[in-house]
Design a protein around this ligand. Sequence first.
Ligand SMILES: C[S@@+](CC[C@H](N)C(=O)[O-])C[C@H]1O[C@@H](n2cnc3c(N)ncnc32)[C@H](O)[C@@H]1O
Length: 253
Amino acid sequence: MITETQSETDREIVNNAYYDTLESWTDPNVHPVALLRAEGLLKNQWVVDTLRAEKLSPRSILDVGCGGGLLTNFLAQEGYQVTGIDLSEPSLAAAAKMDSTKSVVYRKADAYDLPFNDGEFSVVTCFDFLEHVSDPNRVIQEIMRVLAPGGLFFYHTFNKNWVAHLIAIKGVEWFVKGTPSKLHVIALFIKPKTLHKMLDANSFALLEERGLRPRLGLSFIKMLFTRRIDKNFSFVWTKYKTISYAGLAQKLR
Ligand SMILES: C[S@@+](CC[C@H](N)C(=O)[O-])C[C@H]1O[C@@H](n2cnc3c(N)ncnc32)[C@H](O)[C@@H]1O
């Protein structure tokens, strides 16, 4: 009898198949990915600034659900030794193509079953990912396993409430050209307090958490009328975690 894996079951819930259709993660006409790129500008710099402020030069970083390598390649350019895993082969190929350092190790792997030894990484990043799996606790368990004691876990995901549903799901479907159905589903969004319980149960201490929202400027208004994400579209940090939030946790032991 053939049994479905958890990640195959996830594909029936959320549109993870979409990422297999992406040959390029830098095409300005692929607007849902342009949105991810705009978000990445803020989050990627935050990771590097945090590592530098803590005077950390991590041995190795693992990017879980790296997609087209928006963060992975950025970290490699900043001089870090990075591994990116994802289930989408076309996305991994696009990521490798854009790796100007040619140093990133890209590997097809399932976040539920990471093909690495215990304690192999000093930092794990996981952006726009936990809302793509139906068992985030199992993924966090795996992340905890592959992190060295004292290792850092950077994450970004979406809050679960009607505002996030309206803006991050419905708003994106209405106002961002080319958004496929079920790109995100409210059932997989996670309330911060639910995530905190998972972190706590997996021996992580929460160090910091902050909210994220689009900047309400000209590019935002243009999007409402054209359904296009232009190159100046940007995100800003906010103390409100209503729509989405990014955090940093440390493995205790
Ligand atoms: C929204 S994208 C995020 C990509 C990247 N982290 C970023 O922020 O640009 C989600 C990614 O998760 C991948 N994915 C979904 N389920 C996965 C799993 N179980 N294991 C590994 N990757 C998975 C998808 O293929 C997709 O590339």
